[in-house]
Design a binder for this molecule. Sequence first.
Ligand code: ADP
Ligand code: MG
Length: 368
Amino acid sequence: RSGAHGEVRRPCRVLLLLNPHSGKGQALALFNNHIQRMLHEAGVPYTLVITERQNHARELVRELDLSQWDALVIMSGDGLLFEVVNGLMEREDWEDAIQTPLGVLPGGSGNALAASIHHYSGSQPVSSEELLLSCGFLLCKGLVSRLDLTSVSMASNQRLFSFLSLAWGFVADVDIESEKYRHVGAARFTVGTLVRLASLRVYRGKLAYLPAEEPLSSKTPNGHLTTLTPSSPELGPQDNLLVPLDQPVPMHWTVVQDEDFVLVLAMYQSHLAEDLLAAPASRAEDGIIHLMYVKAGISRAALLRLFLAMEKGAHLTTNCPYVVYVKVRAMRLEPYSPKGTITVDGELVDYGPVQAQIHGSLARLITG
Ligand code: ADP
Ligand code: MG
């Protein structure tokens, strides 16, 4: 295997997982028309598996003989990579398994990681098929870098691994409600945002976080010296910054005074969607959760301006008093309302209290 920053082995044996229903339902045609020849000419042998149902890829990856493959690549939106990442982290050999280089070819309607990789490569923003060609090219180059993963724990004790985002409020609602506009492709988020703006509402809850500048001390998370053993997970890395969800957050965390929000959004990549540069400063392996929240009281017009500015990543410099942006390493969110929506990497997860901690450079990503 190659090092942290290296190339995938040549010839690189790629397992390519494709979700035929992603995006406008044209992922297979896009693959045949744009990618097949590119891989052939670059001398990249691949095996194509077309997923038959949700969680097919997750189950397949959980059981896969990884010694047979040099890279796992998805052609879909972010949802299929979420399945692959969690399938790898559910394995007994998760520590080795998650070292398998991962690649993305945007074929979905939510292609945030693909847009982020393209952005990190220093290229001008593009969308849809041009983004696919760019990612195909980067995949053929086969340069591998590190990728942060965030572990997200729910009250049910379930733990997920996330490479993109954790959202509650406006953004999470748009994520899920816009699924029905899938036929318009990446524009589904624009449509969804406009629809949601019309029924703008407030989300109540408690938000707390560990600022990134806080030195990572050897103290226990509570800040006192009695050794508090964080509950050890059966699989995956230990969340050494977190205390159990039924206990108050550690003393040195910041507890946000406001409890009325329009949105809470944690990002660990630059893009939230193809044309939404939500966290311009984020890099694939900066070990930072870029946490943003918008306080209640913002007008519809100001919120719309914020989303329009996000296209260029200018929303954090508009001096809007309702917008707060902090760099953190861990966070906790406790919604007050009994029903609602939380998304992780754009996928619906159990609603209720959640907390998260970033694990820097846990995975590897083909970035070119
Ligand atoms: P999009 O960006 O278009 O939403 P995703 O890759 O996010 O594309 O996939 C959408 C959802 O479909 C995800 O929840 C994924 O787990 C699920 N999925 C994957 N393969 C299939 C399949 N063959 N049939 C139905 N759903 C699938
Ligand atoms: Mg999706």
